[in-house]
Design a protein around this ligand. Sequence first.
Ligand code: SF4
Length: 311
Amino acid sequence: MADLDSLEKARCHCGKEPIIFLHYAQKHLCEEHFIRMFDKRFRKTLSVHKMLRKGDRVVVGLSGGKDSTVLLHSLAALRMDLPFEIVALTIDEGIKGYRARTLGIARAECEKLGIEQTVLRFDRETGRTLDRMVKEIGDDLPCTHCGVIRRYLLNKGARELKATKLALGHNLDDMAQTVLMNIMRNEPARLARLYEPVSKSPRFVPRIRPLMLTPEKENAIYAMAKGIGIEHVECPYARFAFRGHVRKMLNETEERYPGTKFKVVNAFLDMDGGLKARYGKDAALKECSRCGEPCSGPVCMFCLRTERSRA
Ligand code: SF4
């Protein structure tokens, strides 16, 4: 957002006072025009990338953070024009002082919208909360562990809820970070699977990311403008993540060269077909020999990691 001085002098194209300055578009927008632009981009992303169909049963991965909560509201508003179902799925990792607060928001927003919510807990599904796993396996990064288990439970939970799509609240910043992280770790095969899996399995619920072209900051401003409940609370383990380093680097670059995040994600979307053609042939999905869930090796990462935490 621009500093207060420049916002005071500037005006939206309609003449009203702006609530935001979009650096990448060199535009000031008032509340009404910002909401209109936001909603239009949301619908355009869904339609250009063919994310939704009439009759879909969409399970929204709802953490209660601002991105997934905005996603839930934006999808709920779409149901007036396109008949499809929404169910929310929340994963409780068991992170003291953090998850309880966002769980409350998730529950309240579902009640407000009349959306059914299911909660899956790490401790019930694996026998351990994330806090306990972190204590027991101190040699590993919490986010790697958390990400594997959360992705597994989201897919399994969405499938059990009979989802045709699993909607995730990843925003433009998340996407740009993930693209760069995969490049910096020299993991092009993972990059090929980022947008959608290279090989299909009936046990794998297709994912959609309708906010992938919406900057994180705009989600927060949209939530405030629309009165959507959000809370600024950060996971205590976030500081250990490589993502935090990439986020800082990208934010600094965006500040200096506005539009960088869009360029990273658009370049990735442009290359996606080529990446799939290159890495798709080696990527046939198998079934985990222990739990039967889709995976690329003989045993899935969920089984390997939860076994380690039980050992
Ligand atoms: Fe899990 Fe890491 Fe995200 Fe915390 S920051 S919720 S540990 S992935």
